[in-house]
Design a protein around this ligand. Structure first.
Ligand SMILES: [Zn+2]
Length: 414
């Protein structure tokens, strides 16, 4: 029996079972594809999500896929758009003001990437420190004047940060918290380097959005936890930390940003937003299995609608392609059983991805220019959370009557 990654109780209640899935960010090279054709088996594992009936933490079950059967180390670098950097700048301006940060303060970002966020603290002369496992991203950060430790954030690196940089007055973790499997160690390590009156800011996709909009494709093998305020209140309380504010954000189809402090820190009152989101979750019954009883059925319906749509278009002789080769799309395609017989290719802006193939479905990834050459009838937008942006960018397909389609939460054609 699988155990809860936080409280060690047995995991009994399945939220959703997304069948056998390959590692969602592990693209295949031409050589990989050849070795599969010669009989090598593609590593896959059952992607099942559970809710713990003791602590209410929603989490992945054991990932059974062997991790390093393929040798091409595909490293995922977020490529930040101008818009994203601007979003980070606005966040920094606000937070400096809100928590009265000065040149005497210390700011740490976990998963600091290429310094997209911390560079704005440099601009305001506020000492900052990044930590990120990706060496190349860290190099890019150093060029922006952002000191970056190359490594994972844990007890050892946390101690190193206290010794060399000092206790931190602001610790930022954007989209790392849900991706760290050892949740206890991670929280311990953050608490360790948080100053007495310091604040932690974490962002992660919200469980309520996952359930409300059946965003099953946000579940993938590197994304271990699907957080609610219900579960987090209990979890942080064990570490003598408290949530003082919650903000709903539109990113990733619905995320939360929470601010935390030591329990003993009474500098900031607890905002009403905490109770507001908590109540919303309780109404949705996200603290127990009843809150998830329709989820599997709804995912299956989305799957059926997508398959019917594709079948109908294929019968009419229409050409179908995909847009965006990211984790989300792979989970969707593999759960639906859509492959290169259905979708000719997927276009993606990232040069490092082009020339490779999607895991499981084996759909080739090509450059965006291929849309003009083929003039496809149907383009399936896989990262539906960027629908608006992508529709604008691909507006030119209207010239030949091309249609842009998303399937989640329901089929939408424009
Ligand atoms: Zn638990």
């Amino acid at each position: 029996m699988m155990k809860c990654r936080f409280c060690k109780h047995s995991l009994e209640h399945v939220v959703v079972d997304l069948k056998n899935q390959p590692s969602a960010n592990c693209l295949l090279s031409v050589e990989d594809l050849i070795s599969l054709k010669q009989g090598k088996r593609e590593p896959k594992g059952r992607l099942t999500t559970y809710i713990c009936n003791n602590c209410s933490l929603v989490q992945l079950g054991n990932i059974t896929a062997p991790e390093d059967l393929f040798t091409n180390d595909y490293v995922y670098y977020s490529s930040f758009s101008h818009e994203w950097v601007e979003h980070a700048r606005v966040f920094v301006e606000k937070i400096i003001c809100k928590f009265s940060l000065t040149s005497k303060s210390r700011v740490l970002e976990i998963g600091s990437n290429d310094g997209y966020l911390l560079q704005h603290f440099v601009f305001h002369n506020i000492p900052c420190q990044g930590i990120d496992p990706a060496g190349q991203a860290a190099k890019a950060a150093e060029k922006k004047g952002v000191n970056t430790i190359v490594g994972f954030f844990d007890k050892t690196t946390s101690q190193e940060i206290i010794q060399q940089f000092g206790a931190c007055d602001l610790i930022v973790g954007n989209n790392v918290f849900a991706h760290v499997p050892k949740i206890r160690e991670f929280i311990n390590a953050i608490k360790l380097c948080l100053s007495e009156e310091g604040v932690i800011s974490l962002e992660f996709p919200h469980l309520a959005s996952l359930v409300e909009y059946t965003q099953f494709d946000t579940i993938y093998d590197e994304h271990y936890f699907y957080h609610s305020i219900i579960a987090l209140t209990k979890i942080f309380s064990e570490f003598s930390l408290k949530i003082i504010e919650v903000t709903e954000l539109p990113t990733h189809g619905g995320s939360l940003r929470i601010f935390l402090t030591h329990k003993a820190n009474n500098k900031y009152p607890i905002s009403r937003s905490v109770g507001h989101i908590l109540n919303k979750e309780l109404i949705m019954k996200l603290d127990r299995k009843e809150g998830f009883k329709e989820f599997q059925k709804k995912a299956a319906l989305i799957r059926q609608n997508a398959l019917n749509f594709i079948k109908e278009k294929k019968e009419k002789g229409h050409s179908i392609i995909g847009f965006g080769a990211a984790a989300k799309g792979n989970v969707f395609l593999n759960y639906c059983g859509i492959n290169s017989d259905d979708i000719k290719f997927v276009v993606d802006d990232t040069p490092a991805k082009q020339g490779n193939f999607l895991p499981g479905s084996h759909i080739p990834i090509v450059e965006v220019g291929a849309i003009q050459d083929l003039k496809p009838n149907i383009i399936i937008i896989l990262p539906w959370n960027f629908r608006e942006e992508i529709c604008q960018k691909l507006n030119f397909v209207k010239e030949w009557g091309g249609q842009l389609v998303t399937f989640i939460p329901e089929i939408k054609i424009s």
